[in-house]
Design a protein around this ligand. Structure first.
Ligand code: DAH
Length: 337
């Protein structure tokens, strides 16, 4: 019996030294307990006088092995922790993964900048529908059917009286129908024309402005445009008004800015003139005010409309409008807010 205990002690102690996990240690402990049970039940076969001596030996064996188990458990726990730390170790000197963040499209950047500039002058934003009736897009803007000015814009008709708006000017009518003067609105949005070349796209963006109040004059328009030109381009940008024609304004003007590329000396961008045409504007035609039940003897107003792509192309030196719609990320990622 004694030899059996010593053999078991040697076996368990050796096996224990090899354990590296809590699980293996636990399994060994179960084995030890089963063996111990066997030894204890063997005591019944011993002579009565031998039992106390043998009981002492078994007890010593049990305590010794349990202590060893406890000590080994601490070692194994430490080993397991170290393994875990090693596997979870992070090398903070490794280069990080780079994520590409999206950015705003140059048209959106310019649109937001325009809104910022005009909001600073007290303009509120109004967005009209992209599908318009013939009335809002043309007739109410003093452009009845058969008016030659309809030829200036090649229109996509959806039905006889329904079309894709060709100009954000349609929003002027909707605003004046809704609100009484004083009015000071900005109307950005998409417009559509059957037109397609290096500087024209069948879908493009416009920004409309409308101010109606008592005593508004062309000087107010000029002053506001001078402010806009400075903020959008440079402090030295000058504004020039040239007589023009639009059915919904009288008088009408074409607005030029001094060339941002050459400062007015004349270059390829401005075709040697020193000026670049950027928008159309004028005093709201009496007929348009009347169409919206605004008394033209009491109120006057000015309106203006500009192409957002055109402003973006001038500001960023883009020479083909198509690059703004191809969504090539190599082009787009050059623009930052
Ligand atoms: N709607 C005109 C166009 O698309 C631009 C324009 C000119 C708007 C004069 C205006 C304006 O409000 O007064 O060509």
């Amino acid at each position: 019996m004694k030899e059996k205990i010593e053999a078991l002690r040697a076996e368990i102690t050796a096996a224990m030294a090899k354990t590296e996990t809590g699980r293996a240690l636990y399994e060994l402990k179960v084995k030890f307990q089963t063996e111990l049970k066997g030894i204890m039940s063997g005591m019944r076969d011993l002579a009565k006088e031998d039992r106390p001596t043998f009981g002492k030996i078994v007890n010593e064996f049990k305590t010794d092995i349990e202590e060893k188990f406890e000590a080994r458990a601490a070692v194994v726990r430490q080993m397991e922790m170290e393994k875990k730390y090693a596997s979870e170790r992070i090398d903070i000197t490794m280069p990080g993964k780079s994520y590409k963040a999206g950015a705003l499209h140059p048209i959106t950047l310019v649109k937001n900048e325009l809104i910022d500039i005009f909001a600073g002058m007290g303009f509120k934003v109004f967005e009209g529908p992209e599908i318009e009736t013939d009335y809002y897009n043309f007739t109410a803007l003093n452009t009845p059917k058969d008016h030659p000015a309809r030829d200036m814009q090649d229109t996509f008709y959806l039905a006889e009286n329904l079309l894709l708006r060709t100009q954000t000017s349609a929003g002027q009518i909707r605003v004046m129908e809704q609100d009484a003067p004083p009015i000071k609105i900005l109307s950005p949005g998409r417009v559509f024309r059957s037109d397609d070349d290096a500087t024209h796209s069948p879908m493009f963006h416009q920004m409309e402005g409308l101010v109606v109040d008592k005593g508004i004059t062309l000087c107010d328009l000029q002053g506001m445009l001078a402010e806009f030109a400075k903020k959008m381009f440079t402090d030295s940008t000058k504004v020039r008004l040239r007589p023009s024609y639009f059915p919904f304004t009288e008088p009408s003007v074409e607005v030029d800015l001094s060339c941002s590329e050459c400062g007015g000396k004349g270059c390829r961008l401005c075709k040697g003139t020193g000026w670049i045409e950027v928008l159309g504007a004028g005093m709201v035609n009496r007929r348009v005010l009347e169409n919206c039940n605004v008394d033209p003897d009491e109120y006057t107003g000015f309106a203006f409309g500009m192409g957002i792509e055109r402003i973006a192309m001038l500001k960023y030196g883009i020479n083909n409008i198509k690059t703004l719609f191809e969504n090539d990320t190599r082009f787009l990622e050059q623009f930052e807010d």
